[in-house]
Design a protein around this ligand. Sequence first.
Ligand SMILES: *Cc1c(COP(=O)(O)O)cnc(C)c1O
Length: 376
Amino acid sequence: MIVFNIPPYTGNEITYIAQAVEKQKICGDGEFTRKCNAWIEEKTGTGKCLLTTSCTHATELAALLAQVGPGDEIIMPAYTFVSTADAFVLRGATPVFVDIRPDTMNIDETLIEAAVTEKTKAIVPVHYAGVACEMDTIMDIAKRHNLFVIEDAAQGIMSTYKGKALGTIGDFGAFSFHETKNYSMGEGGALLIRDEKYVEEAEILREKGTNRSKFFRGQIDKYTWVNYGSSYLPSDMNAAYLWAQLEMADAINEHRLSLWNQYYEELTPLQDAGILELPHIPQGCVHNAHMFYIKAKDLEERTELLKFLKDNGILAVFHYIPLHTAPAGLKYGRFHGEDVYTTKESERLCRLPMFYKLTDEEVSYITGKVKEFYRV
Ligand SMILES: *Cc1c(COP(=O)(O)O)cnc(C)c1O
């Protein structure tokens, strides 16, 4: 049986968790959290990185920092995970969904401007599969209309757009370290802050509305309640798990890319024959092999394909019921313009197994079975 995902594990996780325990320092913002933050800052070039309890929470922090409130509209794709919308719906804002591009499954940047109203507060691009949205266009629209850009880069760590790390281009970026992502800490994430001016406020919001971060740095001699806030900092034990992977980030990335390239090469003849479609990586985008998907002809064919793979011991999956068709999406959001691709393309998409421990032999077995299904 080839499962769909195995959480990344390099071997040093247990050692580092033991170190955190031995130090009797297992709450937030310990040594491992500091190491992870510094590593991400160095690797991405972001102004500031704050490890969080999830990407959902990092996005909530961004919504708070952007002062999103009731009546505000937030432009985003409907083809995404629920958290992208949740963080803003929690603040009383309305998600305004626009259609995606069929080639990357990312928000169609040419449709964003028509969705802007005087209530629009932010654009939230989601870098699907770790492949960048067309950020130059998005940043230009945001600048002209004075909007925040909050990147859902949950899948985008180690990816770049025209040389810039995903998550660092907009005002704020959010990474996920959930067990399904390229690097994990079980549950966790990070908020990336481009401009220095938001850092202090972010630290306060993340630490229950206190200036405890300043206190730890010795900048003040006691800490106090200075604003509203919540608790968005992960345990240092979780950060220890993540640190073992960040140390090996390049090796993990290279292995995933090599599996991705193998899938791509072995399935290219089927794309050339017009049987299925493979992912598209636009010029200027460097991706991180977060995901390998294929697109079948339609929903019916995909259902048969998933069943065939399952019968052959391969767990492939589909995902994202478009948010505007979900009960909460109908209640809280609206779709701007026509849903030409969101639903149609989501029904064709099939994700093949992709994880660090996957082997070349397993990829060959999977592509062999896909070929068998299509009788080529
Ligand atoms: C995984 C994911 C999230 C949520 O990440 P958590 O860390 O589980 O909160 C949000 N958006 C996208 C696009 C994701 O893939």
